[in-house]
Design a protein around this ligand. Sequence first.
Ligand code: DGY
Length: 412
Amino acid sequence: MTDRDLDETARAILRANDRGGYTIPTGGLYPFQWNWDSAFAAWGFSTFDPGRGWDELDTLFAAQWVTGMVPHIIFHKEDAGYFPGADVWATGATPPSSGISQPPVAAILARRMHEATGDTERLRALYPKLLAWHRWWRDWRCPNGVACVTHPWESGRDNCPDWDLGMARVDTSDVGEYTRRDTGHVDASMRPGKEDYDRYIAIVQFGRACGWDQETILRDGPFLMGDPAITFILIRANRDLAAIARVLGEDDSSPLRWADDLEAALPWLWSDALQAYVARDVATGSFASAISSGAALGLLAGVENAAMEARLARIWDSVRYGIPSNDPAADSFDPRRYWRGPTWPVVNALIAIGLQSAGRVEEERRLRRETAELIRQGGFFEYFDPLDGTACGGDNFTWTAAIWLAWANGKD
Ligand code: DGY
């Protein structure tokens, strides 16, 4: 297949996954609208149908809670093929949604969409919603400065090694019986394990039992960990939101202040042992024991640290394709199991945005070349083995098609 054929296929995947105003990540495995998947879908659509790209973000933000939170799943239509569905979350939201959020990449991608399309009015309509969401992160997810997550699903990097410590403390004794659906769609060896799922469900049950009351979740919830990835994403997203505000002539310095505050709090995530920013358990103060792609997203935020960069360069050089989600030298590394080793085209695309901004041309080109190679060889899968390039997870994946169109198919 030529790159031109791949362009066609990528556009066809976005069209096929379009459910009318929103795009599912892939049929079967993920039959609803997911938050950060949708932001990438919007970016992909913007390369050939800008109006449809903005519509995607509008549909996502139409599900925003009055608190400013933008949920991680919006259950537009019932589908028994996914667990846990709207009935398990029981948030009472309209449209039905989950009770947690997901990485706030929308402002980063909306800024790029605006630069490419010049659709200032579509951006203007989104701006207050983005601002409210970022304020929600500041008010409800930064209890000690950095961005924290209350559920591994909120991080978007569900079973990465970052969460092992916090997950080990989650009590699963009252979870009860349930049936997973994900392993009916994808090889179980590429998905989180049963112990992970018990804990995921236990955390959802806590949220549901307290009526998704954020004070209770932060104070007494079973899981709360500082997340380097979301901290870095939010630093970048706040600075991009400030740039959006300037374009729109809005006079609000909050996003810049929020970005500076996040950056000032970063030392709390610094592990001397690993010489990197890593996840940290709020309750115990313990650090995660491996360097994940969360650290690599420091490049997206423009956070410079020579010691960490040396570690990241070694990790990148130890695989063949892209930035792995876990350090291949770590005991927890598993090259095909979801976020415990595979390389994710979308994460590579975010890191590349940072490399582009920093003028790091050669590294950006290498990352793009390696990501494009995976797609040329394996197709539009969800993630890939970083050692041998085996395609993993769901096929015909929206965000992989989107980043192909918006970034990876760059020709040089
Ligand atoms: C899943 O169900 O695997 C999702 O990652 C949750 O958001």
